[in-house]
Design a protein around this ligand. Structure first.
Ligand SMILES: Nc1ncnc2c1ncn2[C@@H]1O[C@H](COP(=O)(O)OP(=O)(O)OP(=O)(O)O)[C@@H](O)[C@H]1O
Length: 665
């Protein structure tokens, strides 16, 4: 154990040395106020500000000891952020008594982050003069890229704990610490003294703030300030936030110049080519219409991947790429440079071979739909059918279990053709707004009393009366009482007649669950000549692999959250009775606790733990549904269910075991 650690442990009075703290605080205040645009500093929240000053350090040390020996956390002493990080550190089996890290001898020191941050770090270093504070920049994996320290003794201390260029301070290697915990939580984080998981770090205080790309929002790295724990305080975090803000502003300027240069080259290439053109760098992809039409999504990804690799050599390159569809493309990559470094590159591509023989630039068979994910056969069929009905202007019903993505699919088709057009959803399940008692008594139709359907009919009437083109979705029409369904049928019938006369084109779609019998809705359904079925998620379970990253990007916004193979295995084996809506809800719960890093099985809520033993193909999951349905009809009597399905008793027992079917007693 070093002397410094001994100081941190044995001399708690040092924590209270206000004179020294005041001196440091004055120096940091000077640095904060001398930075331009001070008004941009984000306000400190309770959870940002360490309360280690109000908690006695030996109480914190005792709380840490209790956690390490008994696994219990004293919530009065330990902040929730720290307790959560301690638990993660324990799951990763991080050593508590010694810091020894892997060394990356070639970290990327030419990245836009390093270039953009350099002048900001230099400015701050000059303002901090000889203070024992280290200004540290890491990449998104926590690998230290740049470290600037005024005080030699303090610098030697950081070398001892390998807080030095090339070493990763990710939580999974070091446990709770400013850099790693800020990366895990995706937010500004201070970690002070005994809050560190590793004993070696308990004499240090760190304030770390994630730095994001100003255009893509991707996490680029972390700006971290480290000092002796006894000197640390809320101002350290304020200064770290200000500095991270300045780095992001530098990046905005640099990336604006780079992206503009890339855009100019892209437009030039599009003008001179009537084929496929891409432009890309680490943060953005531009693609012409020809590329979107001619290539299936998986072929686009393969081409982009090959082009990105080819351009890492920063020379003009031509190469042939085998695509997942079986086609072969020839790509020509031209890197684009600016004074401030590489800006990406422009790629022109030609399909030179296709599975059917020579068929250049074969159009993609499925339309690309914005904002949704999924390429499983049943899901694609639903997409194609809805798309075809939209193009024909034919009114349809879209049926499917709750949360299968009916409205999401309609919105995507609408956006593909008419992105600026009017898209309106009226929900029959939504309660009516409360009316004034007198009005309500007058307005209520006898059959609708007590339901929200009167309000729904009014909203439909009002929407139809407005002179809009675009798309109108009537959601959950199966929840309407019979009289309201009839009234709606009359309303829509009149609308169709009027539209026929005036030629006004509004696409009306109704969504509902699968119907056992449609007597109540028969009149209403006659207004919709077409009908499309959206499959339950378990029938296109392979799409979970596409849906998870897609939904995580939306839910975690700024953070970069990925799913480990083990967690993905659990997600693809769950049965998802609530379909995509349930998957989204599960991921939302995960994101609430973790904004970046990797999702492990332990991060998933319990509903994902009871799963089939393997991924079922669509046919198998339909078979499982049929068995479950008939078991439910037969109140769990397996013989009766087997008879109804026309299979033997042995078969139904085998299938129940194979599919892991469990019915409530
Ligand atoms: N293919 C998809 N890709 C991405 N997100 C999707 C997809 N399908 C559905 N979602 C998301 O899942 C959630 C539920 O989808 P949506 O509301 O469209 O389902 P629904 O079938 O219309 O629901 P309901 O049965 O309640 O009417 C939404 O947040 C939606 O954005």
């Amino acid at each position: 154990m070093t002397n410094h650690k001994a100081c941190g442990r044995l001399l708690p009075s040092q924590y209270e040395t206000t004179r020294r703290l005041t001196l440091r605080a004055a120096s940091w205040k000077r640095a904060i106020t001398s930075q331009p645009r001070q008004e941009d500093v984000a306000p400190l929240t309770d959870s940002d500000v360490p309360h280690v000053r109000s908690v006695r350090p030996n109480a914190l040390a005792a709380a840490r000891e209790r956690f390490l020996t008994a696994g219990t956390v004293d919530s009065d002493t330990v902040r929730e952020t720290i307790a959560a990080s301690w638990r993660r550190s324990r799951t990763w089996n991080v050593r508590t008594n010694h810091v020894e890290l892997a060394y990356d001898k070639n970290p990327n020191l030419e990245s836009p982050l390093v270039n953009g941050a350099a002048p900001v770090l230099q400015r701050l270093r000059e303002q901090m003069s000889d203070d024992a504070v280290s200004i540290i920049l890491t990449d998104a994996a926590g690998v230290v890229l740049d470290r600037r320290t005024g005080d030699r003794r303090f610098e030697r201390r950081l070398d001892q704990v390998q807080l030095a260029p090339g070493f990763s301070y990710a939580e999974r290697f070091v446990g709770t610490n400013g850099i790693g915990t800020a990366l895990e939580g995706g937010r500004a984080t201070g970690v002070f003294g005994h809050e560190h998981y590793a004993e070696d770090l308990e004499d240090l205080g760190c304030a770390a703030v994630p730095v994001h790309h100003p255009v893509s929002g991707h996490l680029l790295g972390v700006l971290n300030l480290t000092c002796w724990s006894r000197d640390a305080g809320p101002l350290l975090l304020a200064l770290a936030k200000t500095t991270a803000g300045h780095i992001e502003r530098e990046l905005t300027t640099l990336s604006g110049l780079r992206e503009f240069a890339l855009f100019q080259e892209y437009v030039r290439a599009c003008r001179h080519s009537n084929g496929i053109v891409f432009a890309l760098n680490n943060d953005i992809v531009m693609m012409n219409d020809h590329a979107r039409q001619a290539l299936a999504p998986q072929d686009q990804s393969a081409l982009l991947g090959a082009a990105a690799e080819a351009m890492s050599g920063s020379k003009r390159t031509a190469l042939d790429v085998d695509l997942p569809s079986g086609a072969k493309a020839r790509i020509f990559c031209a890197p684009v440079h600016t004074d401030s470094g590489p800006a990406g590159g422009v790629v022109r591509a030609r399909i030179v071979e296709s599975p059917q023989g020579l068929l250049p630039d074969r159009p993609a068979s499925h339309p690309l739909l914005p904002g949704i994910a999924g390429s499983g056969a049943l899901w694609q069929r639903a997409c194609d059918e809805v798309h075809a009905h939209y193009q024909a202007g034919e009114w349809i019903t879209v049926r499917g279990e709750d949360g299968t993505g009916k409205v999401a699919l309609l919105h995507a088709v609408h956006r593909r053709h008419d992105p600026a057009g009017h898209f309106h959803v009226l929900d029959a399940a939504e309660p009516a707004e409360p009316a004034e008692p007198a009005e309500a008594a007058e307005a209520a139709e006898p059959a609708d009393s007590g339901s929200g359907s009167a309000g729904f009919l009014d909203r439909v009437r009002q929407e139809l009366a407005e002179d809009n083109d675009g798309t109108l979705v009537l959601r959950h029409i199966d929840r309407l009482p019979p009289a309201s369904a009839q009234a709606l049928a009359v309303l829509l019938h009149q609308q169709r007649k009027t539209a026929g006369r005036t030629g006004r084109r509004r696409w009306v779609v109704a969504t509902h669950r699968p119907l056992d019998h449609d007597d109540n809705l028969a009149g209403l359904l006659r207004n919709f000549p077409g009908s499309v079925e959206v499959p339950p998620l378990r029938h296109h379970i392979e799409d979970v692999r596409e849906l998870v990253p897609h939904l995580l990007v939306k839910l975690a916004s700024a953070g970069t959250l990925t799913c480990s193979p083990a967690a993905m295995r659990l997600l693809t084996r769950a049965t998802w009775p609530g379909n995509i809506a349930q998957l989204r809800e599960v991921l939302r719960k995960v994101v609430r606790r973790r904004r970046s890093g990797v999702i492990e099985p332990g991060d998933l809520p319990p509903e994902c733990r009871s799963v089939a033993r393997r991924v079922l193909n669509p046919l198998e999951s339909m078979e499982r549904d049929a068995i479950v349905g008939s078991l439910l009809d037969a109140q769990g009597n397996k013989n009766e269910a087997a008879r109804a399905l026309g299979v033997s008793r042995a078969t139904i027992y085998r299938k129940i075991r194979e599919y892991g079917i469990e019915l409530p007693q």
